[in-house]
Design a protein around this ligand. Structure first.
Ligand code: SF4
Length: 427
């Protein structure tokens, strides 16, 4: 098979993996080397369907021994198969880099025989890039659940970032749709990598000559909508992954139906893009706004609202904590007000050191109160809202216009190579 055809098949097969954001890694070029990575991450560009394509994002092979029912590359699927040799992959990457097509590599693979065999081939490609071509650019590698820790150690010394994809948010979901993947075989490598990262960081505190291990940290991906798992479960899982494994990011990927199976949503189901967007908003609240999963959702409200962002929905259910007086509230309270972010809260705190703030002043310092006005007072006064009734606030806010930022449930994810429907590969 021609190299072009292999790239066409394997790049298309990799496109649904969203855990490839690149940032946080710094490596300067050595004499005679090529490429570098910096802490701000490589430059991103985005494909028409909103996915990151600035990395060469490719599978080593789509020949798979596993049978995940949601995946078009599963062993029982009748699709065109291709496999890159380590030499082909390294040559391809370096040639694309030299032509300025890419700034790094995102390498994943189907399970070629066994996780270890597959990982050996990936390591060989990375060793060629790093040691033969002296490539110092950004590399993100997908770790296959069940890989031997010795191989993880080798891969962690070559890659900037790794990810072990959790994929399905529950044990039951995995059992139903990806029976060869086990929760333990996913969490074990994640835990091992976390431990190695910690140890390498401690070593580097003692000596900066110690080799970095996965300097840009690890991430994971969760598929949304393939199983009936509720948002509460997904958020609690994300929260525990951040806490226990110090993940850099948990990425959410709307399930795109490409396979017909009784255990899967119908092929005519639209990918839940707005739900994915809401999960990212909630994830932001977990990471930067001091919320816990149990505050955002609970057993009586197990799913995120599609009408309002998660912070607004939380505020509407906790009106006892409002209104917030702008001249008195702490930073931590201000950032919990719908519509107020970190920058607005900082501006408010700086401005009120000089004078008591009224709505005029809020406007002058650039704080937009379109949403916040329902939840705040300035000098004890509301901004034109005469009552504090939850139903009325909800109606008024809905009348203000939808908070969907252009996301609609009927939006369909576009294929890079339309019109051929291409498969989802997530291992
Ligand atoms: S998701 Fe990965 S492991 Fe599962 S069938 Fe697809 S390529 Fe194979």
């Amino acid at each position: 098979m021609e190299l072009f055809d292999k790239v066409r098949i394997l790049a298309a097969a990799a496109k649904y993996d969203v855990s490839c954001s690149s940032s946080g890694s710094t490596r300067s070029n050595k004499a005679g080397g090529i490429g570098n990575a910096n802490a701000a991450g490589i430059c991103h560009s985005w494909s028409a369907d909103g996915r990151c394509i600035s990395l060469l994002k490719i599978l080593m092979t789509n020949v798979c021994a596993y049978d995940c029912v949601y995946c078009i590359n599963r062993v029982t699927s009748d699709v065109e198969r291709a496999t890159l040799s380590p030499e082909e992959l390294a040559d391809l990457t370096i040639n694309f880099y030299r032509r300025n097509y890419i700034e790094g590599l995102f390498l994943s693979s189907a399970v070629f025989g066994t996780p270890d065999l597959t990982t050996e081939r990936m390591i060989k490609a990375l060793e060629l890039l790093r040691n033969q071509y002296n490539f110092s650019g950004y590399i993100h590698v997908k770790v296959i659940p069940g890989t031997d820790p010795k191989l993880l150690t080798r891969i962690g010394l070559l890659a900037d970032r790794v990810s072990v994809n959790v994929e399905l948010p529950s044990r039951e979901g995995l059992q139903l749709l990806a029976p060869q993947k086990k929760v333990e075989s996913i969490l074990k490598p994640m835990g091992f990598i976390h431990q190695q990262i910690q140890e390498a960081r401690e070593d580097r505190l003692v000596s900066e000559h110690k080799t970095a291990f996965v300097p840009a940290g690890q991430t994971t991906q969760l598929i949304i909508g393939a199983t009936p798992d509720r948002d509460l479960k997904i958020l609690k899982l994300s929260e525990s992954l951040y806490k226990n494994y110090k993940l850099k990011r948990v990425y959410f990927s709307s399930y795109v139906p490409v396979v017909s199976h009784p255990n899967l949503p119908s092929l005519f189901t639209s990918p839940p893009l707005l739900r994915e967007h809401r999960l990212y908003q909630a994830d932001w609240l977990l990471r930067f706004y001091g919320f816990s999963a149990n505050e955002i959702l609970d057993s009586s409200h197990p799913d995120l609202s599609l009408d309002f962002d998660p912070k607004t929905e939380w505020a509407l259910r906790h009106l006892d904590q409002f209104p917030v007086e702008i001249n008195q509230a702490s930073f931590e309270i201000l950032i919990r007000v719908p519509g107020l972010g970190v920058t607005s809260a900082q501006r408010i705190i700086a401005a009120r050191r000089a004078a008591a703030i009224d709505f005029e002043l809020l406007k002058k310092i650039g704080v937009v109160i379109k949403r916040a006005r329902y939840f705040i007072t300035c000098k004890g006064r509301f901004a034109g809202v005469t009552d504090f009734d939850p139903t009325r606030i909800r109606q008024n806010m809905l009348a203000d216009g939808p908070d969907t930022k252009g996301y609609r449930e009927n939006d369909r994810q576009l294929s890079l190579f339309a019109p051929i429907p291409l498969g989802i590969t997530s291992c």
